[in-house]
Design a protein around this ligand. Structure first.
Ligand code: SAM
Ligand code: SF4
Ligand code: F3S
Length: 473
């Protein structure tokens, strides 16, 4: 089993598109080395762990330093134009290093590989190999082709591939929290979104392989799993023994039953699909975290229709009410897009007011980026000037800052069960952990004999906008 230096990155940081690269501790152990950097959503970070497992099976070790690598991989994101620009810039840097190291291969994986396909090899000449999200099993063959100077590409999408039998190599793991992919692809057609084109049709992973992976993680000392999918609530699997369908609520329960010591999170729920069954299951099990990421995108019914989100403003608000009714202390977060095609000031005000109504604990906020090939790009004009998009986004961010500050202030004086994830960013005399609601809490280590992965009761004494500060009780 390969050992990787623990970098202690938090999932939320990763969600923001920050790149990361794994280390190999023993620099002389392998004949060849790969370097992988990931961008985009948690699915991509999880996929990089599958890629690492496939490459490890071929005798590759991981290196943190791309100059030392024989194979440099970028697992890319296409969700917004800026994400693609970042990747292009990075590829140019890699290309420069390759000039003095001709044997080095540079590969593009993930959503941008799928969107641009052979364009990368032909027009841009920035890379040696291109592999889409459903074709990672073919990486060894593609690398071999690239080594002989052939056109090395596989961007075939699959209706079946879930990589169910591959045990991911945990990269940059803190040893406490891990992602577990439960499905791939997306069958929704939100008009702004490139994901259905880059990730293909939705398919669910065999429940037995999910449970096996979660159990193994728990046995290895992990204390939290996040079940991943673009739309987890449409998870669907037929149990071979009983011929009965397994829903997401059932899967959630089965994972929760592995051990009360193993916390369970999930992401992402589409508001149209999250069921009462899921909410009751969360309420029933203490180890299923009281936190739901429920992307709203817009607060205007007219814009939601253009976005093809299939719910109205009122329907979404009723869903928020239902969550709070069944799980009273549930934290809710959202994704918000400002400046979608034809958005008026009134639509924008509707977004601000739905945020206030929902009292989001945090949000991920973006301005609209036209993506070629999407329904919105084909049907509508990207007609909101950039300065208006940015001004509206700033107002959305300001609203969220106000809501987060209010939500944190409400927690002062309360005591929470915290899972310790590691040292705080600022000081190694403080621990950092999260409560069930996914809020970060920092507290002094003092002389308690605590370690990473322990649960501890912490009383919140004060807060900043982003963090709660407390002490062990
Ligand atoms: N599957 C999830 C869902 O349904 O909400 C999220 C998928 S997407 C990878 C993450 C977020 O990126 C979306 O919720 C949306 O807010 C944002 N996003 C997607 N396409 C975008 C675009 N064209 N411009 C700006 N933001 C976009
Ligand atoms: Fe994109 Fe919509 Fe699918 Fe989420 S549900 S990945 S936003 S198409
Ligand atoms: Fe980006 Fe692909 Fe995820 S487009 S957000 S990496 S599914």
């Amino acid at each position: 089993m390969e050992t990787f230096e623990l970098l202690n990155k938090k999932h939320d940081e990763l969600r923001q598109g920050e790149a990361y690269a794994p280390f190999a501790l023993d620099a002389n152990q392998y004949k060849k080395y790969f370097y992988i950097e990931s961008y985009g959503c948690s699915m991509n970070f999880s996929d990089s762990e599958i890629v690492a497992a496939i490459l490890q099976g071929e005798g590759y070790g991981a290196t943190q330093n791309f100059q030392d690598a024989d194979l440099v991989l970028l697992n890319t994101c296409s969700v917004r134009e800026k994400a693609e620009q970042t990747v292009r810039k990075r590829l140019t840097e890699f290309r420069k290093v390759k000039e003095s190291k001709p044997g080095m291969l540079i590969g593009v994986l993930g959503c941008m590989a799928e969107r641009l396909k052979s364009k990368f090899l032909e027009e841009e000449k920035l890379v040696d190999l291109v592999v889409g999200p459903d074709a990672y099993r073919s990486l060894p063959t593609i690398v071999a082709e690239a080594e002989t100077g052939q056109k090395a590409i596989n961007v075939l999408l699959s209706r079946e591939e879930t990589y169910a039998d591959i045990s991911p190599v945990r990269l940059n793991s803190n040893g406490v929290t891990a992602f577990v992919s439960i499905m791939r692809g997306c069958n929704n057609m939100c008009s702004f979104c490139v994901v259905p084109f880059t990730r293909g049709r939705e398919r669910s992973r065999d429940i037995n392989s999910i449970l096996k992976e979660c159990k193994e993680l728990y046995e290895q000392g992990f204390k939290e799993v996040t079940l991943l999918g673009q739309n987890v609530d449409s998870y669907y699997w037929i149990n071979e023994q009983t011929n009965e369908p397994v829903t997401f609520a059932m899967l959630l329960e089965q994972v929760a039953l592995i051990s009360p010591e193993l916390r369970v999170r999930f992401s992402t729920s589409h508001p149209k699909d999250i069921t009462d069954d899921v909410l009751y299951t969360i309420a029933q099990y203490e180890n299923i975290c009281n936190y739901i990421h429920l992307p709203v995108q817009s607060g205007s019914t007219r814009i939601l229709q253009l976005m093809n989100r299939t719910y109205t403003r009122e329907w979404y608000m009723a869903k928020v009410d239902r969550i709070k009714e069944i799980i009273p202390d549930c934290a809710i977060s959202a994704d918000v897009i400002s400046g979608f095609c034809t958005e008026t000031e009134e639509d924008h005000q509707d977004t601000l007011s739905i945020m206030e109504y929902s009292q989001y604990d945090f949000s991920y906020m973006f301005f609209y980026s036209d993506r070629p090939g999407t329904l919105a790009s084909k049907r509508f004009v990207d007609d909101i000037p950039e300065e208006v998009k940015k001004r509206r986004l700033a107002e959305v961010v300001e609203m969220q800052n106000k809501l987060s500050a209010k939500s944190n202030a409400k927690d002062v004086g309360k005591t929470f069960k915290i899972l310790i994830e590691g040292n705080s960013k600022k000081s190694d005399t403080d621990w950092m952990g999260r409560n069930s609601q996914n809020k970060v809490i920092v507290f002094p280590k003092e002389n308690y004999n605590l370690k990473k992965g322990d649960y501890v009761q912490v009383k919140v004494n004060s807060c900043t906008q982003a963090t709660l500060l407390g002490e062990v009780v």
